[in-house]
Design a protein. Structure first.
Lengths: 476, 628, 143
């Protein structure tokens, strides 16, 4: 292992070392603020390290990991999302009666797992990263043991279902290994390219791997856990589930598929098409009359991952770029949305009912405007990041002639508009007693939300810089 | 300097936002001056840009400024760009300079009105939208500006909304122009399907290659665009909204319904001349519509008693001249007439506004009279404007522009004697109703004492515009008088020149004499009937009462449309009270709701059920793979 | 066509096996239903165990500490297995292997310290806590 290998692996090393260091710090002295600052520093350092070593990539750092523009871009994205979640968590956790310090260790480990996924080129690192991510998330989802009942319930559900899905994944890997005799992605790709006739087993193996991935991405019909987990988990953790956990899996899916050229199997494309269609329709329909904002966001994440799969399916030159851009837009948007939920939650009580948001605009105009921007972006209204993302997907899909899926995308977006507008309407409904206007609290979280909202609009108005960056780093 | 182009529309928009957001907190005077100052600043910039453009013309005589490129995905790259060539430069100069003086005038005119801040906010919005319209580089942005000026016009016609009639007039204007706008939107779709872009310069460059003259598609595109132009410019058959639009404050009539917005149709056709030239039949139609409109509106103007309605019909008539010129292919002549018309018609409206203000909002000319001694500045400037409207030979701007149109109607490659005759008859009527208007308002017996003298803020715009109405025409002279072709040379960089039949060159002087004689004849008719022998006018009025009423009501178009469209439509609406088509959408919504309820059943919250879901998914996958 | 035939030949025993399984299960269920005795007396639904009626729930709550200890044992046991595996290949792994093992042991150490300090390793009754609780109670009683 040369020093350059070492440097290119720096994002991973920083995260790993920081989580060990945090354990030592906690062992010596429990201090919420100190742990928080250390976590922020670690994630910021990992973010910076992901952006710096681009000159000497791509680099296969070991048989397991590859550090190239793609994995560095995803690493930066995941670290940034983790950073934002940590900042959101700090003020959210303070009034609670939990032991908060381990929470940050777990977030670091979840991000680490996700970054490993983004850099993996081997079934071993794939599974390792996935499990590191999942195990951290089980605990994080159920973290509010003392404050809330549903947190524990959600954690347990997630644990059992994810374990089941992981079993399918592992079995799929075993089947592929049985046929191909390879665990590395490129080795499998080579085997597939050279093999004359492919047995049913290897395709079944791929199918079972798709179950594992579909579960993580909450694609229908593996989506049913999503709403319960989003609802039960603390709001910042819901944000983490929606961003970091999905981002890493999307990255590994993109890389795996392009390395083994999964597009050569029409049956897998059919499977993904079915899942995408079911997710888009199912997610949006399930959210239609839902009264719980966290559940709405959960269902909407099902639909959004369905959209993303359309981009992924297009398979053309634009697939990776479109999917990645969509992911970036979705990250920013959903972080704002859950940030608002976390921001409005106070101690024991989460602001999750639609009623909690009624006439919010008259009480906290700034927060309401920020949330409105996020919801409009989720709905894909022009001049928001969400619109550009959707447009890019439509362009990629149209190029490959995925008309049925695009039609479903358009139709389900209209359904989606309904429930986003329901929240917005509730926020702008006139207050019954106008006296209770709360003076806007200027806080770090507020500032963060404003910055993210600006980024969201900025991406909607001037998306070209981000598109160029993605094309250079990811697709190039 | 050219880089500051974007500021020209941006400043009025900024003024609008300031007034809209901070309006309540600003003192009235400040609001008025912000509204006026923004246009003034914009005018100053426009002049500077114009000087820079003329002194050092940009490459190809066109300057493009891309403000914002949105995305570039799969060959789709929408952007917002402004395009400055001599055509748009003429328009922005007129819009900002005339607009500035009208704003200045409004400060005094609207002084006592409680909606003053709202007024200036709307006016700034309108000017911003109008500038966007003329500077737009693509038809999409132009359409945006097009709808923006429609909105501004709607808001300002219905400015005094407490009066239901004003609201009705605003609605009428909006709906009538929407009819045209819809046609225009269809035209844009057609152009987009043909060229794959709505970029104006790309279309004008590609059209001659892609279409042969007289091509079906070219004819349709030109026809649909013409529909939009007819609506906005109040030409036959969509002209009926403009007389009613006089319900707005008089400065609004001067700015929107005389100088700027109503000429947007002229601008559109001139801008898209490449498409129109490929559709000769549509060009002929434009000329015929122009000729018919100018006559129809002229006759109606002869019978009106409301001074603003006279001016409204006169505006329709003068735009008819511009359309006539467009139809002849005399692009620069049309724009030249727009140029002079903007000065003198704005002046006439402002003068009329000063009179109306002095007479306690009295609009009826028959209740005025003898005002020339009491309001000298208003009178003399009004006289200058009237001279230009009547095209008084040699000394007024209107003469030069109108004469050019008449000349091309006779001698142009597409001209013919019928169009020329219509133009001449129109000139006669114009002179007659102009004389009638001036005489009824300023001469004869005084019927009511004016009690309010116009102040300095009203006088300055009147004087400036009067001067411009006189000298504005000297930039372009008939060939046989002087070799001054500044205007057509200037526009020649953007618009093709018109060819003149060589054999007819000699007759130019004769035609000018005929035109001059017609003007004097018209003036004499006005003088004879309304000053010398008023009883003649009264008896003519009696003996032709039916015709008078017919003309007075604008040739019965309102009556016709009422029966042809409005009543069937309201009848249909009444029949369809339950809204049958809505059932489909209600059913769709209900269907989605019941799907929600069905799907929600699956979210039991039970772990075993969720695990079952995963199992079913696995089963689907394995079945599908096994079947393949 | 031929491939299909081959595939059919390969799969038919599987299909036959599945069919037999279904048949047997179905037979058991149906036969027991048909042949089984049916009566509904007073004590039919009762749980019977050595003639004594059960009292209370069978679901007792054990202190979670026991699970924790068990888990620690499994985890450290597995880690030992790793180290043993490394020790066997000590020669082949060389310096990189040594450094890797060092990091691994270091992490183990940190985790041990962490567990110790958070009290995860204290099991059984905790004397100090009991004494504190007693003192508190006494104070309350005095007041």
């Amino acid at each position: 292992m040369s020093s350059e290998d070492f440097r290119s692996l720096l994002p991973l090393l920083i995260l790993a070392a920081a989580s060990i260091l945090l354990l030592v710090v906690i062992a010596v002295r429990r201090d919420h603020r100190l742990v928080y600052y250390l976590t922020v520093a670690a994630l910021a350092a990992a973010l910076a390290a992901s952006l710096i070593p681009v000159e000497y990539s791509p680099r296969t750092a070991s048989p397991l990991l590859v550090i190239d523009g793609f994995s560095l871009f995803y690493s930066a994205l995941l670290n940034a999302a983790g950073l934002i979640v940590v900042v959101l968590s700090y003020t959210y956790l303070r009034p609670l009666r939990e032991q908060m310090e381990e929470y940050y260790v777990l977030i670091l480990l979840a991000v680490l797992g996700s970054v490993i996924l983004a850099a993996s080129r081997h079934f071993a690192s794939f599974f390792l990263g996935l499990e590191l991510l999942s195990v951290s998330l089980y605990t994080l989802v159920g973290y509010m043991v003392r404050s809330r009942d549903r947190s524990m319930e959600a954690g347990l559900k997630y644990l059992i279902l994810a374990a089941a899905a992981a079993a399918f994944l592992l079995f799929g890997m075993a089947l592929v290994f049985y046929e191909a005799g390879q665990l590395g992605f490129s080795g499998i790709g080579k085997y597939l390219a050279e093999a004359e006739a492919l047995s049913l087993l290897i395709i079944t193996g791929f199918g079972l791997i798709i179950i594992g991935i579909g579960f993580k991405l909450a694609l229908a019909p593996f989506h049913m856990w999503a709403a319960d987990v989003y609802e039960g988990a603390p709001a910042p953790v819901s944000a983490l589930v929606a961003t970091v956990s999905k981002g890493g899996v999307v990255a590994v899916l993109l890389r795996f598929y392009s390395e083994v050229d999964g597009y050569q199997f029409p049956v897998l494309a059919l499977l993904f098409s079915i899942f995408a269609a079911a997710s888009m329709l199912g997610g949006n329909l399930l959210a239609l009359l839902q009264d719980n904002v966290k559940r709405i966001l959960g269902y909407s994440s099902i639909a959004h991952l369905g959209y993303l799969i359309v981009a992924f399916l297009s398979g053309g030159a634009m697939a990776a770029g479109a999917a990645t851009f969509y992911l970036v837009a979705y990250f920013i948007t959903i972080l704002v949305a859950f940030g608002v939920v976390a921001h409005l939650s106070s101690g024991e009580q989460e602001a999750e009912k639609l009623e909690d948001y009624r006439s919010l605009f008259w009480r906290r105009p700034g927060t309401a405007v920020v949330f409105t921007a996020a919801l409009l972006s989720l709905a894909g209204i022009p001049l928001t990041a969400g619109f550009i993302g959707k447009f890019y997907i439509a362009a990629a899909g149209a190029q490959e002639g995925l008309w049925v899926l695009l039609f479903i995308l358009a139709a389900s977006s209209v359904i989606g508009l309904y429930y986003y507008l329901r929240i917005i309407m509730a926020m702008f409904a006139s207050a019954k007693d106008p006296a209770q206007r709360i003076a806007p609290l200027f806080s770090g979280v507020g500032l963060l939300l404003v910055i993210l909202t600006v980024a969201l609009v900025w991406l909607g108005v001037f998306p070209q810089a981000m598109l160029d960056m993605i094309n250079e780093w990811v697709a190039g | 300097m050219l880089e500051n182009l974007w500021l020209i529309p941006a400043i009025p928009f900024a003024g609008f936002f300031i007034l809209a957001v901070l309006g309540r907190r600003l003192p009235r005077v400040a609001a008025a001056w912000i509204g006026t100052g923004s246009i003034g600043l914009s005018a100053l910039l426009a002049i500077l840009v114009g000087i820079r453009y003329l002194s050092a013309p940009p490459e190809g005589y066109a300057f493009r400024q891309t403000l914002w490129q949105w995305i570039e995905v799969a060959g789709f790259s929408p952007s917002i760009s402004f395009y400055l060539d001599s055509l748009s430069l003429v328009f922005i100069l007129i819009i900002t300079v005339v607009g500035f003086f009208i704003h200045l005038y409004s400060i005094e005119f609207m002084e006592a009105d409680e909606g003053l801040k709202r007024f200036f906010a709307y006016m700034n919005l309108f000017v911003g939208a109008m500038l966007t319209l003329v500077l737009a580089d693509s038809l999409v942005l132009m359409y945006l500006g097009w709808e923006g000026v429609g909105l501004g016009s709607y808001l300002l016609i219905g400015f005094w909304y407490q009066e239901p009639a004003n609201g009705y007039a605003a609605r009428k204007a909006f709906v009538m122009t929407r009819v045209g706008d819809t046609a225009m939107a269809l035209g844009l779709f057609l152009l987009f399907t043909s060229f794959g872009t709505l970029d104006i310069s790309t279309i004008t460059a590609a059209a001659p290659q892609q279409w042969r003259p007289g091509d079906q598609l070219a004819v349709w595109a030109a026809l649909l665009l013409l529909g939009g132009a007819l609506g906005k410019s109040a030409q036959l058959p969509l002209q009926t909204w403009l007389p009613d639009a006089m319900a707005g404050p008089t400065p609004v009539s001067a700015l929107i319904h005389a100088a700027t917005m109503v000429t947007a149709g002229v601008y559109l056709i001139a801008r898209m001349h490449a498409v129109f030239e490929l559709a000769p039949s549509v060009m002929a139609l434009v000329a015929i519509i122009g000729a018919a409109t100018l006559l129809l509106a002229g006759f109606s103007a002869l019978t009106q008693s409301d001074i603003k309605r006279v001016l409204a019909y006169s505006t329709i008539s003068q735009i008819g001249y511009m359309f006539l010129a467009l139809g002849l292919g005399a692009w620069s002549a049309a724009v030249f007439h727009f140029f002079t018309h903007a000065f003198f018609k704005a002046l006439l409206f402002l003068g009329a506004g000063a009179v109306i203000l002095a007479m306690h909002h009295e609009h009826d000319m028959f209740k005025m009279g003898g005002l020339w001694k009491k309001m000298p500045v208003t009178f003399w400037t009004f006289l200058a404007g009237s001279g230009a409207l009547a095209a008084l030979p040699l000394i007024t701007a209107g003469f030069y522009s109108k004469d050019q149109i008449l000349w091309y109607a006779w001698a142009g490659e597409r001209g013919n004697s019928w169009l020329w005759a219509a133009g001449m008859l129109g000139a006669l009527i114009t002179a007659a109703y102009t004389a009638r208007m001036v005489i009824l308002t300023f001469f004869g017996d005084m019927k009511q004492e004016p009690d309010k003298r116009p102040g300095v803020l009203i006088k300055i715009p009147l004087i400036v515009l009067a001067v411009l109405s006189i000298i504005g025409g000297f930039v372009e002279m008939p060939h046989n008088m002087a070799a001054v072709h500044l205007f057509s040379d200037w526009l020649g960089t953007a618009l093709p020149a018109i060819h003149v039949e060589e054999s007819l060159q000699a007759s130019e002087f004769l035609l000018q004499l005929a035109a001059a004689a017609t003007v004097f004849a018209g003036l004499f008719i006005g003088y004879w009937f309304y000053l010398r022998r008023p009883e003649l006018a009264a008896s003519a009025h009696r003996s032709f009462a039916g015709l008078h009423r017919f003309w007075f009501q604008g040739w019965g178009f309102d009556w016709l449309y009422e029966r042809l469209f409005i009543r069937p439509f309201t009848w249909l609406a009444a029949v369809n009270r339950a809204d049958v088509t809505d059932y489909i959408y209600t059913a769709l919504a209900k269907g989605n709701e019941s799907l929600y309820h069905i799907f929600s059943r699956t979210q039991t919250g039970q772990l075993r059920w969720y695990a079952f879901g995963i199992g079913v998914g696995a089963l689907i996958i394995i079945t599908l793979i096994a079947m393949s | 066509m031929e491939e299909d035939m081959i595939q059919n030949e390969i799969y038919w025993p599987l299909v036959a096996y599945a069919g037999i399984v279904l048949l047997v299960i179905g037979a058991i269920v149906v036969l027991s239903y048909l042949l089984g005795e049916r009566h509904d007396d007073k004590a039919t639904g009762e749980v019977f165990e050595s003639g004594i009626l059960p009292t209370g729930s069978a679901r007792l709550q054990f202190s979670s500490h026991f699970y924790l200890i068990a888990m620690f044992f499994v985890i450290f046991d597995l880690e030992t297995a790793f180290i043993v595996a490394w020790a066997i290949g000590y020669e082949e792994a060389g310096w990189p292997g040594f450094i890797g093992a060092l990091i691994f042991v270091g992490i183990l150490l940190v985790v041990l310290v962490y567990e110790w300090s958070t009290g995860a390793l204290d099991y059984g009754p905790q004397g100090q806590k009991i004494i504190k609780a007693l003192q508190k109670r006494r104070k309350q009683q005095k007041i």
